[in-house]
Design a protein around this ligand. Structure first.
Ligand code: AHR
Length: 503
């Protein structure tokens, strides 16, 4: 059995844990909103029509921010369609997902949902078919306390308090040819810059996210980041990154190493941002908002699910409803490790998405809501990752992958909360076949108790949680884990994710 070793030292820190890294995303897409978070006929629905069983799971998941209302959807969206009396709201074509949008849920309802779930609303404006004026309008409607036409409209629509949205996305994936209103980097940079400056005239304290690339494999990657930041550097706070992973051609070893790709992606965007900073001689540091990340069986959508029939515009169709396996959950856990490892630059992130659509939570209309496999690494990491991210020294055997070459079999990150006297270690074993024993030197952290060691693994790594077997894959206590004189030893089965809670 190969061995790995981790050394933790409270002096080797990355940055404080940003709670915003545990964000998620709700788009008007498929059954994310309609028959997802919103189902007025459901036995648990509140007065707004939101399912409270789903809200309970959202709270349990430990989600902090929620990006809304898209995604590709936002690039054709008229925000004002979704406010005011429900019976007067227009039905519209949603070109992004080839669906009918009923507008039963809009900004005011979603802001109430956010408040009830204890999440921060991160709002995206449409820079696809719209521009500066509409962004200013929705900002006035949402955030101005009253005394103007739009803010008074919000009050008369039943929201007397401003929604106080701080985090705003300047469009979505504007580098993608599939995006409504897609243009060149130069065109988007001009529009995003003008919009950002106008929004700051309303409120200089807003936090603005400019669109980076929708993937590191985009042909404009790098050029896009540089061009957009050259125009907007002093006017925005974050540049976005998006990445989705799936196993291709049964190459599960590369899939298990997806976090290597995420690490490289983040490092490249940081390099682009710092290049612009240097050229501008700026004092300001640009942060990254990794506001779409997950496992997504995108090829299934492209090859099977995509509807283009001009006579068929379904309402809340079942789209992107991936059933996640034990292996997918391990990859998700590893992607979170990558995000935490970059805590000095990635200070916001959104698991895409939250309910039904590539989601950790699945619902059945008039039926139950349950946790997908990917729910667990997210929920446990969000609960345990507190204080400061530590930079562990990892000595691990290597495994070879077709896409990324030789990569460490074991990947890990740790956090330490000195004031609370706690620490947490998150580990994955990426190997498809090997069990690895890890020895963790945590003596200098002053911890001597192992409160829990939970491992997510299934001998059948394709196992999923389904309507009829909702708890097929759940984390189990790892009985091999022990602590002796500040040294933890734990055995990690192949394709597994583990969390250690230390005091
Ligand atoms: O999350 C699903 C889609 O993926 C989003 O709408 C889009 O931004 C991305 O391409």
């Amino acid at each position: 059995m190969p061995d790995a070793r981790l050394t933790l030292d409270p002096h080797f820190t990355v940055a404080p844990v940003s709670r915003r890294v545990f964000g998620s995303f709700v788009e008007h897409l498929g059954r994310a909103v309609y028959n997802g978070i919103y189902e007025p006929g459901h036995r648990t629905a509140n007065e707004d029509g939101f399912r409270q069983d789903v809200m309970d799971l959202v709270r349990e998941l430990g989600v902090t921010t929620v990006r809304y209302p898209g995604g590709n959807f936002v690039s054709g969206y008229r925000w004002e369609d979704g406010v005011g009396p429900r019976e007067q709201r227009p039905r519209r074509l949603d070109l992004a997902w080839h669906s009918t949008e009923t507008n039963e849920v809009g900004l005011d309802e979603f802001a109430r949902w956010s408040r009830e779930t204890g999440t921060e609303l991160m709002y995206a404006v449409n820079l696809g078919t719209r521009g500066v004026q509409e962004a200013l309008d929705v900002l006035e409607y949402a955030n101005i306390p009253g005394g103007t036409t739009l803010s008074d409209q919000r009050i008369s629509n039943g929201s007397p308090q401003p929604h106080a949205i701080r985090l705003w996305c300047l469009g979505n994936e504007m580098d993608g040819p599939w995006q409504l209103g897609h243009g060149t980097a130069e065109e988007y940079a001009r529009l995003a810059g003008k919009t950002a400056r106008a929004m700051r005239q309303v409120d200089p304290a807003l936090e603005l996210v400019v669109c980076g690339s929708s993937g590191a494999n985009m042909p404009t990657f790098g050029h896009w980041e540089r061009t957009v930041l050259e125009e907007t550097y002093e006017d925005v706070d974050f540049i976005s990154c998006h990445a989705y992973y799936e196993p291709k051609d049964n190459d599960f070893a590369s899939f298990m190493a997806s976090a290597v790709d995420m690490d490289r992606f983040i490092d490249s965007v940081v390099a682009s941002a710092d290049h612009v900073k240097a050229v501008r001689r700026s004092e300001k540091t640009m942060y990254l908002s990794f506001d779409e990340w997950n496992v997504w069986y995108l090829s299934h959508y492209d090859d099977v699910e995509k509807v283009t029939d001009p006579a068929d515009w379904p309402q809340a169709p079942r789209l992107l409803e991936n059933a996640y396996s034990a292996m997918d959950a391990v990859v998700v856990g590893n992607l979170l490790i990558s995000l935490l490892r970059h805590a000095d630059r990635v200070t916001a992130a959104s698991l895409a998405q939250l309910v039904n659509v590539i989601a950790p939570i699945t619902t059945e209309p008039e039926g139950p809501a349950w946790r997908q496999t990917t729910f667990y690494p997210f929920a446990i990491t969000s609960r345990l990752a507190r204080g400061t991210v530590l930079d562990p020294k990892i000595e691990s055997p290597l495994m070879s992958t077709a896409l990324y070459g030789d990569v460490p079999m074991v990947d890990a990150v740790a956090t330490s909360d000195e004031a609370a006297g706690t620490a947490a270690v998150f580990l994955v074993n990426r190997s498809l076949t090997e069990t690895v024993t890890v020895s963790i030197d945590a003596g200098t952290l002053g911890v001597d108790t192992l409160r829990s060691a939970d491992t997510l693994h299934d001998d059948d790594f394709s196992a999923t949680n389904t309507l009829n077997n909702q708890d097929r894959v759940v984390p189990e206590p790892n009985k091999s884990a022990r602590i002796d004189n500040g040294t933890v030893t734990v055995t990690l089965p192949p394709v597994s994710w583990t969390a250690l809670d230390l005091h």
